[in-house]
Design a protein around this ligand. Structure first.
Ligand SMILES: *[C@@H]1O[C@H](CO)[C@@H](O)[C@H](O)[C@H]1NC(C)=O
Ligand SMILES: *[C@@H]1O[C@H](CO)[C@@H](O)[C@H](O)[C@H]1NC(C)=O
Ligand SMILES: [Zn+2]
Length: 435
């Protein structure tokens, strides 16, 4: 398997500009996806053991909590060994997909063709999104500035935009939005680019007010190497592309310098939640966190987009201790999930990361909140919901727009609530006066 991966990498690097090595993509013919759930400590330990030692099994989520369902990809020749281990250890399971390759084929089939005029009826490649982003400053002069949040291991730019209308508001509060740090979560960058487009083109008065009253920094692809790799080679890729011995990549959302690797992350380079060699060992995280740190006096609200399960989450991830302003978090949470539900009755749940999903140290949201003093920091896990019949990554392209539309509704409510609580007049907890 690792030899094959090496070969693929070489082939794809030589034709990287084409962004398609279709013949060389990792195939998952008859691979099954199971949803599994430990019911006791022993079951959890068995799952951990398998995650750590059985390289053929692909744990799509880290194993961190009893009664927390996680998805596992099982090769056809492993099924007969895998299922009895579950049964013998009171690990409950259900079959989500009998042939993962079918779902992946469907996903690639809904990639944008060059003729697509509406960018949000299909998923886009990295190049397509970057080519679009770089047109924006000349289309919206004095409004859009290209920003570079950092660099990637394969020397790509972590490209984004700053949207700042020139008007009577001399100094505007800042909102930072980062998406795509997990490569295979395709709906996250699609939603981020949709929001950029709305901020620039919508005539809705609330959206105009949002666009024109704030400085918005939006990075749709925080992990560009990983995203490109999900197109060229492996649809299920999550991590960065820096090699670590026989395995590749760290989980960039466990690599931030905030209680790094204390809980809910792995020290095993083959794990999907490998924390990296040290905090900031991933150049993406190191350069992006430097960039955000340089802006910290301008940012009052930090947002991160992931998928899936329809959660709205807030700090902390590294501890069950609640943030001191948890009442405010709950208030903003309530307003936001209510707004999201209005258009299509989509239900978001959530709470503090540690309890609502699982312990996770070294995430961008914890970094923003605990290290930079950005008092309002949220993470969205976008569609589909947890009972989706599949591995969760293959959200049909027809759902890009509804997902993004309801998120715009949520964002408007969130910003209004954060504003009403006075956070946009704070910098590092200190009151400031915006003109
Ligand atoms: C949020 O909503 C829940 C459920 O409706 C309610 O119990 C809680 O008091 C609300 N919290 C705040 C801070 O508004
Ligand atoms: C999850 O989404 C599916 C498809 O939209 C829907 O049919 C189902 O009722 C939802 N389940 C929950 C628990 O919200
Ligand atoms: Zn994610």
């Amino acid at each position: 398997m690792s030899l094959k991966f090496g070969l693929i990498t070489l082939l794809c690097l030589t034709v990287v500009a084409l962004e398609t090595c279709t013949a060389e993509r990792v195939r998952y013919d008859n691979y099954r996806v199971y949803k599994v759930q430990a019911t006791d400590r022993q079951g959890l330990e068995v799952l951990k053991q398998m995650e750590d030692t059985d390289i053929a099994l692909r744990f799509l989520d880290g194993v961190h909590k009893i009664e927390r369902a996680i998805n596992v990809v099982v090769p056809p020749n492993k099924v007969a060994d895998f299922l009895p281990i579950l049964t013998n250890n009171k690990i409950t399971y259900s079959l989500l997909e009998a042939n993962l390759q079918n779902a992946i084929d469907k996903d690639y089939a809904q990639l944008a063709s060059r003729a697509t005029t509406d960018r949000w009826t299909a998923y886009q490649t990295l190049n397509s999104n970057y080519n679009w982003l770089i047109t924006l400053p000349s289309l919206y002069p004095g409004v859009v500035t290209l920003i570079e949040g950092g660099k990637s291991y394969e020397k790509r730019s972590i490209l984004g935009v700053k949207i700042s209308y020139q008007n009577a508001l001399k100094q505007k509060p800042g909102i930072f939005l980062e998406a795509g740090i997990h490569a295979r979560e395709w709906i996250a960058p699609a939603t981020a680019t949709y929001i950029i487009n709305e901020l620039l083109t919508s005539t809705n008065t609330e959206i105009r007010e949002l666009a024109e009253s704030y400085e918005l920094y939006i990075i749709p692809h925080a992990n560009p190497d990983g995203y490109a790799y999900t197109h060229t080679t492996d649809r299920m890729w999550r991590k960065t592309r820096q090699p670590y011995g026989t395995c590749v990549g760290a989980d960039p959302n466990r690599n931030w310098d905030a209680y790094w690797n204390t809980v809910g992350a792995s020290s095993n380079p083959c794990s999907e939640t490998y924390a990296g060699r040290a905090a900031n060992s991933e150049i993406e995280v190191k350069s992006l966190s430097n960039y955000i740190t340089s802006l910290k006096d301008k940012i009052q609200l930090y947002i991160s987009f992931h998928s899936f399960s329809q959660y709205l989450l807030y700090p902390n991830g590294h501890t069950s201790e609640l943030p001191d302003n948890v009442k405010h978090y709950q208030q903003v949470y309530n307003a936001t999930v209510k707004a999201i539900s209005q258009r299509y009755e989509t239900v978001y749940t959530g709470g503090n990361i540690y309890d609502a999903i699982y312990p996770a140290a070294g995430s961008s949201v914890d970094f923003a909140y605990t290290k930079l003093g950005i008092r309002m920091a949220f993470c969205f896990e976008l569609r589909p919901n947890g009972s989706f019949n599949g591995n969760g990554m293959e959200l049909p392209a027809e759902q890009i727009k509804p997902t993004a539309e309801e998120l715009v509704d949520g964002l408007l409510a969130m910003v209004a609530e954060v504003k009403s609580l006075g956070y946009f007049e704070l910098i590092n907890g200190e009151e400031v006066e915006f003109l």
